[in-house]
Ligand binder design. Structure first.
Ligand SMILES: Cc1ncc(C[n+]2csc(CCOP(=O)(O)OP(=O)(O)O)c2C)c(N)n1
Length: 320
C-alpha cells in the first residue's frame, strides 16, 4: 500500500504531538505541581500512532501505566489530560486517576497500572461487541513484562477458543522497571514464544511509524474480517527512566551506549528526516508544526492550573 504525502505528514504531526506533549510534561514535572507518578512513553510514540490511526471511534483501547501515547492517539482531549495530571476536577477522570489510570470513556480508551489487569477486559469487551453483532475490535497495549502475567496466557487461550477480534500489541521496550528482558526470559524473541500458543504473531519495528501504520492496517482489517485474535510485538525503547523525567543512567540496568543506539532510531527524527530528505515537508513546515503543538500544550497547562481541585467529599466517589 502506497501512502500519500499528506498521510505521511499527518503521521509525523501525530507522532511529534505526543513527543512534544510529553517533553513539556517532563519540563514542568520537577516543579512538583504534577504529583501523579508519570511513566513517559517518549521514544515509543510510533506504536500508539501507527496502531490507533487504523482504529474506528468505536474500537476499544486498553493501555497500561504508560498510558499517554494511547490516550492521545485515540483522540483524548489534551486539556482534560493536563487537568488530570494536575489532579483537577476538570481532568479526564475528574482529577482522581492521575497518569497511570488516564482514561477517556468518550473515546473508548482506558488504562490501568496493575500489570495485565486490562488484558482480559480487552478480550471481554471485544467478545461483547462480537456477541452484539458489531464489527468493533479491542486493542490491548501491554509491555513485555505485562505479558508475563498468567492472565495473558488465559486471555490468549480464550480469545482463540471463542474467535474474539482482539489485537494484542506488546510494546517490547526490553525492561520490566529495572530488569532487562534477557534476565527474565530464556528466549527474547517474544513473538515466537507467543506463536507457540496457536495465535498468529509477528514482530515489527516499533520505532518506524510508517511500518507500524502499514502493517497494522492489514492486520486490523484481518482481525475485523476473520473475527480472530492477533499478536504483534513492537520493538521499541523508552528514552526516559521507568517512572519520571530523568534518564536512569545512574542505574546499571542500562547504559548510555545503549540509549544512544536507540536515540539514533528515534521515531520522530526518522520520519521527519525522511520527509525532509524526500522533500515532502520543508523545515519551515516542521517548525510551524512544533509551534502549533507547543501553543496547544501551553494553553492546556494554563487551563489545568486555573481549574479547581476536586472537593474532599468527591475523593471516594466511584471507589468500591
Ligand atoms: C501485577 C503487578 N506487578 C507489579 C507491578 C509493578 N510494576 C509497575 S510497572 C512494572 C514494569 C512494567 O513493565 P512492562 O509491562 O514491560 O511495561 P513498561 O513499564 O516497560 O512500559 C512493574 C513490575 C504492577 N504494577 N502490577
Amino acid at each position: 500500500m502506497k501512502l500519500t504525502d499528506k498521510k505521511k505528514k499527518d503521521l509525523l504531526y501525530k507522532t511529534l504531538r505526543i513527543r512534544i506533549i510529553e517533553e513539556m510534561i517532563a519540563d514542568i514535572y520537577p516543579q512538583r505541581e504534577i504529583r501523579t507518578p508519570v511513566h513517559f512513553s517518549i521514544g515509543q510514540e510510533a506504536v500508539s500512532v501507527g496502531v490507533c490511526e487504523n482504529l474506528t471511534a468505536n474500537d476499544l483501547v486498553f493501555a497500561s501505566h504508560r498510558s499517554h501515547g494511547a490516550y492521545i492517539a485515540k483522540g483524548g482531549d489534551i486539556k482534560a489530560m493536563f487537568a488530570e495530571l494536575f489532579g483537577k476536577v476538570t481532568g479526564a477522570c475528574k482529577g482522581i486517576a492521575g497518569s497511570a489510570h488516564l482514561s477517556c470513556p468518550q473515546k473508548n480508551m482506558y488504562s490501568a497500572p496493575i500489570l495485565g489487569s486490562l488484558i482480559p477486559v480487552a478480550v471481554g469487551s471485544a467478545y461483547a461487541a462480537k456477541m452484539d453483532g458489531k464489527k468493533d475490535i479491542a486493542v490491548s497495549f501491554c509491555g513485555d513484562s505485562a505479558i508475563e502475567e498468567g492472565v495473558f496466557a488465559e486471555s490468549i487461550n480464550f480469545s482463540l477458543l471463542k474467535k474474539i477480534p482482539v489485537l494484542f500489541v506488546c510494546e517490547n521496550n526490553f525492561f520490566s522497571s529495572h530488569t532487562p528482558l534477557y534476565l527474565r526470559q530464556p528466549d527474547t524473541e517474544i513473538f515466537k514464544r507467543i506463536k507457540g500458543m496457536g495465535i498468529e504473531a509477528i514482530r515489527i519495528d516499533g520505532n518506524d511509524v510508517l511500518e507500524v501504520y502499514q502493517k497494522l492496517k492489514s492486520i486490523i482489517f484481518k482481525i475485523r474480517k476473520e473475527q480472530k485474535p492477533f499478536f504483534v510485538e513492537c520493538l521499541t525503547y523508552r528514552f526516559k527512566e521507568h517512572v519520571g523525567p530523568s534518564l536512569d543512567l545512574d542505574n546499571p540496568y542500562r547504559s548510555e551506549k545503549e540509549l544512544k543506539k536507540w536515540l539514533k532510531k528515534c521515531p520522530v527524527k526518522r520520519l521527519s528526516n525522511l520527509l525532509i530528505e524526500k522533500k515532502i515537508i520543508k523545515d519551515i513546515e516542521l517548525t510551524q508544526m512544533i509551534s502549533k503543538i507547543k501553543k496547544e500544550v501551553t494553553d492546556a497547562i494554563s487551563f489545568a492550573k486555573r481549574s479547581p481541585w476536586p472537593k474532599n467529599k468527591e475523593m471516594l466517589n466511584n471507589v468500591y
